[in-house]
Design a binder for this molecule. Sequence first.
Ligand SMILES: NC(=O)c1ccc[n+]([C@@H]2O[C@H](COP(=O)([O-])OP(=O)(O)OC[C@H]3O[C@@H](n4cnc5c(N)ncnc54)[C@H](OP(=O)(O)O)[C@@H]3O)[C@@H](O)[C@H]2O)c1
Length: 332
Amino acid sequence: MQTRKLGPFDSSAIGFGGMCLSHAYGTPPDQETAAAVLHKALDLGCTHIDSAALYGFGANETLIGNVLSGRRREFILITKGGMFRNAQGQREIDGRPEMIRKNCEESLQRLKTDVIDLYYLHRWDKRLPIEESVGALSDLVKEGKVRTIGLSEVSAATLHKAHAVHPLTALQTEYSLWTRNAEVAVLEACRELGIAFVAFSPLARGLFGGRLRDVSSLPPKDIRLAMPRFQGEHFAKNLSLLDGLSGVARESGCTMAQAALAWVLAQGEHIIPIPGTTRLDHLEENARAEQVHLSPAAIARLNELINPSTVSGARYNPTVQQEIDTEEVVLR
Ligand SMILES: NC(=O)c1ccc[n+]([C@@H]2O[C@H](COP(=O)([O-])OP(=O)(O)OC[C@H]3O[C@@H](n4cnc5c(N)ncnc54)[C@H](OP(=O)(O)O)[C@@H]3O)[C@@H](O)[C@H]2O)c1
């Protein structure tokens, strides 16, 4: 696979997001299937494996540690802390230095490694200045527990403040045809500062794959059920966007998922999409998206079809939205 700069690393242009192997969408696959997907990702040349303490409340890191520790040198090991399961079994955001350290040490154990290549603060804990949490990440670098650091879902202003404390390797934020908030300021801020922009949920949490047509079939724990864009009339309107996407994909000789990924790749050389999947066929399809060339006319057509004025509904519900620190695009 072609590579893109990720701080001191050369990352495959398309990375792999591990979340749905343990958490989030539908029912997670069994361990054997999940292991086959992880091995296949490396076999296909994907060198960017993304996890978090949050995913499966540690289960995703344990899976990656168990399955890939024998292939540790073949990939960039990436995980996140500062959002995790607390002692009451609830999801919690806590960016205090002592908690970041505890999270990191637990992740190292689960991942069966002595150093994490890129360690993100999963969410800025707004009770503290960002400088304090980034200072804690910087200490982990000095101690050799992590090689480089990054942030997730922060504004350009926060990014600048953090980068002044310790150089950041990456900002990970949602970005796709249907989530354009990063275009307000952070894509440009990353480019200026030499920070890689890692685009999560590049397939609109599965919508652009075209298989999810009926949300009533999703199990109650599926996190999409709590997202306005997957609810009621919003979902019906958003589904109708797929007609245009499939037309552009057909004309470009690729699938809808590949067109959506190729669009992300075309938005800047510093952008690395990290689709997730539980299926070997989808993994191959996604990896091949780096070879898809979208013409300027195809890109213009996609921008016209899927943009903040054609997408219906907010990406998060108001409670989760409060945890985010991005310049938001106001949707209809
Ligand atoms: N920093 C953060 O706060 C944050 C938040 C969310 C996610 N992330 C990271 O970003 C990664 C990706 O996010 P995501 O999982 O939401 O990404 P996504 O790629 O937008 O969505 C994944 C969904 O798309 C489906 N899919 C994937 N490839 C497909 C294909 N070729 N055809 C049809 N369907 C396809 C998958 O279903 P199948 O299993 O059936 O393929 C899965 O349900 C996560 O794994 C995680 O590492 C970070």
